[in-house]
Ligand binder design. Structure first.
Ligand SMILES: Cc1ncc(COP(=O)(O)O)c(C=O)c1O
Length: 434
């Protein structure tokens, strides 16, 4: 569910007319709904009632300072994967002390930064990394809290590029070697064993892989509790969101109309399946959702440049491009595209929706059925709140888009559109070329 809907003929985010946002801040612009994020956060919490839960919002999904602050205000910690993300949390006024630090290649400087700010725990991905964490903690005279990321070899049935818990993925230590890794950890003087972690992938649309992974790793977590007194189990794995009928899925009626066997994963079904498996462990449960928290809470606004009628097809050329939203080019992912102004008299159009970048990969949708929209009109790419802005680039020297946060009838720019001067600020022509 989310808070994007037509009010009359015009697409709104909460009570804000999105055309007004585009008029003020231009396009392409990301717009996020604070209410949707809060709703998703609270639903997830409610669905796991009965467990001691710490939600560590995965900052990689959307790490704008305002978004981090919003989740921090709601009580979230963070799942962080770089020194940059740690610094973002600090800049946003969030708590590193309730955050975890994941990633297969943490540098010594990043480990030191996390330790100095009292990270809740490191999610350790390999034995060499364990040695490095021990070494850095020793130099600082600190003890590093750790959990080992175990790779449960579970197929999450998601896109290959966002599967993380199979034995051929780079992540974690195979479950069969994990006991030895904990024995090694217990011998390090500057490491404190605190928990166990796993993560099986992103955009999971059924509860079965979560159940399989918890069933596989749960008994191991219980052994670790008995042996090392661990206090938490991080059951990472990202709940999926609705992309195909994204706009309609903002309405409760849409969910009710879905046949039970086709209904997308909800926090309620996730909780109903997992709470009975997790409760007997008596451990604190950490969650690391990113996409579910922000994905349907954001749209990308764009303006139509031209409708080009080609020999073989029509091309709707918009001012957003793959540098702004790379998911379709990178994962062949689907984003619903809707006009900001709905008009039943519009003709139907079948077109490829493309950006202005000089490569054929700059395509948001192929042969998409749309309502005809003309030059200067505005469209929204739905479900763009996660892995949108954070994966954007400056390819073709296109500036980073603006970002706006809506709450009720208020909206504010949370990230100004980048200027050309900002884009080239770190560059120079060396003297030997002058
Ligand atoms: C370790 C870890 N935590 C959290 C996430 C966030 O996943 P999602 O955005 O699907 O919730 C990922 C994504 O791959 C991840 O690898």
């Amino acid at each position: 569910m989310h808070h994007f809907h037509y009010s009359g003929s015009d697409l709104h985010c909460e009570s804000v007319d999105l055309a007004a946002v585009a008029k003020l801040y231009g396009t392409p612009t990301y717009v996020y709904s604070a209410a949707t994020m809060e709703d998703h956060f609270r639903r997830l919490q409610r669905s796991l009632a009965g467990l001691d839960v710490q939600l560590c919002y995965a900052a990689k999904a959307n790490s704008s300072l305002a978004i981090l602050r919003h989740f921090s205000n709601l009580g979230a910690g963070f799942d962080l994967v770089s020194g940059g993300e740690i610094r973002r949390v600090l800049a946003a006024g969030g708590h590193v002390k309730s955050s975890v630090f994941a990633g297969v290649g943490k540098t010594e400087a990043e480990i030191a930064l996390a330790l100095q700010h009292g990270i809740f725990s490191f999610h350790v991905e390999s034995e060499p990394e364990l040695a490095r964490i021990n070494h850095v903690a020793g130099k600082l005279g600190l003890k590093a809290p750790i959990a080992i990321r175990v790779n449960p070899d579970v197929d999450a049935h998601t896109h290959a590029k966002i599967t993380t818990g199979k034995s051929d993925n780079k992540f974690g230590i195979p479950l069969k070697y994990a006991a030895a890794a904990y024995e090694a950890a217990a011998k390090y003087p500057n490491v404190q064993i605190k928990g166990v972690q796993m993560h099986i992938g992103s955009q999971l649309t059924s509860v079965a892989p979560f159940v399989e992974a918890v069933t596989k790793v749960g008994p191991f977590a219980a052994d670790l509790k008995a042996k090392y007194g661990i206090s938490y189990f991080s059951i990472g794995g990202g709940m999926g969101i609705v992309y195909r009928e994204a706009l309609a899925s903002g309405q409760a009626a849409w969910w009710e109309a879905q046949p039970a066997e086709q209904r997308p994963l909800t926090p309620e079904s996730y909780g109903a399946a997992l709470v009975p498996l997790l409760q007997p462990l008596g451990l604190k449960i950490l969650l690391e959702h990113g996409r579910f928290m922000v994905g349907n809470a954001g749209v990308l606004l764009s303006r139509v440049e031209h409708l080009k009628r080609g020999a073989a097809k029509n091309f709707l050329i918009v001012d957003a491009a793959m540098n702004d939203l790379v998911r379709p080019a990178m994962y062949d992912s689907f984003h619903e595209i809707v006009p900001l102004h709905r008009d039943s008299s519009r003709r139907a159009l079948v077109a490829d929706v493309v950006g202005p970048i000089c490569e054929s990969g700059d395509c948001f949708a192929k042969d998409r059925q749309l309502q005809e929209v003309g030059e200067g009109e505005l469209v929204a790419f739905m479900s763009a709140g996660a892995y949108g802005y954070t994966m954007a680039s400056r390819y073709n020297t296109r500036a980073m888009a603006a970002e706006v946060l809506v709450r009720g009838s208020a909206f504010e720019l949370i990230n100004a559109r980048e200027t050309f001067e900002q884009m080239i600020a770190g560059e120079k022509v060396p003297a030997f070329l002058k």
